[in-house]
Design a protein around this ligand. Structure first.
Ligand SMILES: Nc1ncnc2c1ncn2[C@@H]1O[C@H](COP(=O)(O)OP(=O)(O)OP(=O)(O)O)[C@@H](O)[C@H]1O
Ligand SMILES: [Mg+2]
Length: 377
């Protein structure tokens, strides 16, 4: 069978002379759970609507398998869309909402019944088939939308922030269900979200967009651990950013940089650098160790500094520490610690505000996010 990968090639689109999509290139594999994430207004919905066929590009092509689908109307694209707002028919009950497209196709009653029941079961709504949309919770309505889209057996399901109207707990649950449904039906899902946690936890791959451009495509671990630039690092998670100058190339993997006000630290060369280069480093708050005593660490890759704790915020599953370098008030770090009972001499559970402590991190835990080009120096 032909592989129905989606291939988006050099897509451009402007509205009223303002470019909204700039030379977009993407390949989405058949069966993938692919997420597009980016700030409001960056062009996510425009791109999705273009795949669905509701907007045509100014230039470029979109392939589904070997077929260029740009000229095809939405109903011939084998693609279904689920929107943020549940667009259910208010005068039809759950069963009839799901059955609707099959009735239009004049499918026989027995098949319709079998299919509707199958998809209502898939989304966990068998018990609610007689209810009208206004008798359902938001999450239930969204499940009806999912069943109604899947019953058409689309090759691709487009989901434009389908969970954003729901509360946090329900979002979590529905997200897990979406993942299970995706595994079960095995079709391509293209999912749009603002929410980095949603994106990181559910996707096979993620595209990070900003201002009409795709900045990076990768697995959740790739975009989180090796962000292409400071924007991606910042959009997906929290960072301590530092800029410094390369002062020594230790070996193929490691280098030393000097950071004004902090001193020398050892970093991994995630990008090729040479002495004199200015670089930006990201250090994720959860990768820093906080301890009362200086760590007895024999590895020469560990960076360690004495700090003063300005603030300690308990936030349930983790604690956040805001500290500054003991010798320099202007150099601040944020550190996130998970709670656990550590019974070693590095016990960090007992560190409070207005205390002195040590921060440590391994050179391999920072990330060289950018070599600053000359004009920015
Ligand atoms: N039909 C239109 N006419 C003019 N401008 C439009 C039109 N549709 C979208 N835009 C503009 O294109 C840009 C991208 O919009 P789009 O809806 O794709 O963003 P988005 O990434 O989905 O944002 P959000 O996360 O808020 O949904 C915005 O600046 C928007 O105002
Ligand atoms: Mg949108």
């Amino acid at each position: 069978m032909e592989k129905k990968d989606i291939k988006i090639v050099n897509i451009n689109k402007s509205f009223d002379g303002v470019p909204v999509l700039k030379d977009i290139n993407l390949e989405i594999k058949q069966g993938e759970f692919f997420t597009i994430i980016g700030p409001s207004g960056c062009g996510k919905t425009t791109l999705l609507r273009m795949i669905a066929g509701f907007i045509s590009p100014d230039s470029g092509a979109i392939y589904l398998g070997d077929q260029d689908i740009i000229e095809l109307p939405p109903n011939l694209r084998n693609v279904n869309t689920i929107f943020q707002k549940y667009a259910l028919f208010p005068h039809l009950n759950v069963y009839e909402n799901v059955a609707f497209s099959l009735r239009i196709k004049k499918i026989d009653e027995a098949t319709i019944d079998k299919e509707v029941k199958k998809y209502l079961k898939l989304v966990g709504l068998e018990e609610h088939s007689k209810k009208m949309p206004n008798q359902l919770s938001g999450g239930q309505q969204q499940r009806v939308s999912i069943a109604r889209a899947l019953i058409n057996k689309p090759g691709v399901l487009l989901l434009d922030e389908p969970l954003s109207a729901l509360d946090a707990k329900l979002r979590q649950n529905l997200l897990i269900e979406l993942d299970l449904i995706h595994d079960e039906v095995g079709i391509t899902f293209i999912f749009i979200t603002h929410d980095q946690q949603e994106a990181l936890s559910i996707s096979d791959r993620i595209a990070v967009m900003n201002k009409g451009e795709i900045l990076q495509v990768g697995t959740p671990a790739e975009v989180y651990e090796a962000p292409a630039n400071p924007f991606v690092a910042d959009f997906l998670g929290e960072n301590n950013f530092f800029s410094g100058e390369v002062i020594e190339i230790i070996d193929e993997e490691l280098a030393k940089i000097s950071i004004k006000g902090l001193g020398e630290i050892t970093i991994e060369q995630d990008r090729e650098v040479k002495i004199g280069d200015r670089v930006n480093i990201s250090l994720r708050p959860e990768k820093i160790r906080l301890s009362k005593k200086k760590l007895k660490n024999k590895k020469n890759t560990v960076n360690s500094f004495e700090v003063y704790v300005d603030e300690y915020i308990y936030s349930g599953f983790q604690s956040k520490y805001y500290v500054h370098l003991k010798d320099n008030e202007n150099l601040k770090f944020k550190i996130f610690l998970q709670h656990a009972a550590f019974f070693d001499d590095n016990d960090s559970g007992a560190i409070w505000w207005d205390e002195e402590a040590y921060i440590s991190w391994d050179a391999y835990d920072s990330y060289l996010v950018e070599v600053i080009p000359d004009e920015k120096k």
